[in-house]
Design a protein around this ligand. Structure first.
Ligand code: NAI
Length: 284
């Protein structure tokens, strides 16, 4: 099945990046959000990144104009009526996602594949809110989307082989690398990453080392480009806590219990870079 026209739902940090990557790979893109302001902000961000690429000589002005001309914006889900593929990147909340998928199911053509960019919610449950569960799949892009090569492709229990193959092929068309995983809490990326971040927080909580020392050990000792606490601040400590809770609840195993210090920082509103303070302080 040929995928030509796509809709991206949610024009936030991830959705705008995903829309950009599709537009620059030759797809016609409709970017959807509830709010006009979010669409304007998303589009302005894309334009800014493309302008920077022109300035750096990585793209011509004509290419930039061509890419922007393939990008439309809409606040109406019914505009999915002529889309071959839809990817959802709205807030990480199961009720909101289920509502989007069941509505989308009534608007998107029968052949369309529906994907979610969720970082932790079960694809199988999202798929069950539609009448085409075999055509629903997880497509977990990494942040920042235009830069990061990986797309974790999550097969729900009901995802068909045909759907998986179409999405694997499409991911390669985006010049990204697909990796196939099954639908279990945290998939692979967050199941491996988050316990490491949580353990780094435990070492601070237990007074083993200061945050700077923990990050230095992991950077210089393990060759990580960024220490786990710097990374946690970048991701957002509320997001880290949320994903640890998904792992803890999903597996029922105490090895995934969130560190009390992480919980306390979130209670204090110390959410990392976005709030100006996490394990480190940031200029506002
Ligand atoms: P964000 O908060 O930046 O953007 C969410 C956007 O969705 C907002 O513009 C909001 O207005 C819009 N929205 C909310 N409900 C909507 C609805 N019913 N219909 C249309 N638009 C709606 O969030 P972000 O960070 O872009 O995350 C989006 C998804 O991507 C989440 O599921 C998150 O778990 C996942 N994700 C996030 C990563 C990150 O590093 N931020 C990395 C990988 C996945």
């Amino acid at each position: 099945m040929a995928i030509n026209t796509v809709m991206v739902i949610g024009a936030g940090q991830m959705g705008a990046g995903i829309a950009q990557v599709f537009a620059q790979s030759g797809f016609d893109v409709k970017l959807n959000d509830l709010q006009e302001e979010a669409l304007e902000k998303g589009r302005a961000g894309i334009e800014k990144r493309l302008t920077r690429a022109v300035e750096k000589g990585r793209m011509t002005e004509d290419e930039k104009t061509g890419r922007l001309s393939r990008l439309a914006t809409t606040t109406t889900l019914a505009d999915a009526h002529d889309c071959d593929f839809v990817v959802e990147a709205v807030v990480e909340n199961m009720d909101v996602k289920k509502k989007v998928f069941s509505e989308l199911d009534t608007h998107a053509p029968a052949h369309a594949i529906l994907a979610s960019n969720t970082s932790s919610l079960p694809i199988t449950e999202i798929a069950a809110s539609t009448k085409r569960a075999d055509q629903v799949i997880g497509m977990h892009f990494m942040n920042p989307v235009p830069v990061m090569k990986l797309v974790e492709i999550i097969r729900g229990l009901q995802t068909s082989d045909e759907t998986y193959q179409a999405i694997e092929d499409m991911t390669k068309q985006l010049s990204k690398t697909p990796v196939e995983v099954r639908d279990f809490p945290g998939f692979v990326s967050n199941r491996v990453l988050m316990p490491m971040i949580n353990e780094a927080i435990y070492t601070v909580y237990e007074g083993v080392a200061e945050p700077e020392a923990v990050d230095e050990v992991m950077k210089l000792g393990m060759n990580h480009p960024m220490g786990p606490l710097t990374l946690a601040d970048f991701i957002g400590l509320d997001t880290c806590l949320y994903i640890m809770e998904v792992l803890h609840e999903g597996f029922g195993d105490s090895k995934y219990r969130p560190c009390p210090l992480l919980r306390q920082y979130v209670q204090a509103g110390w959410l990392g870079k976005k709030s100006g303070r996490g394990f480190y302080q940031y200029e506002s």
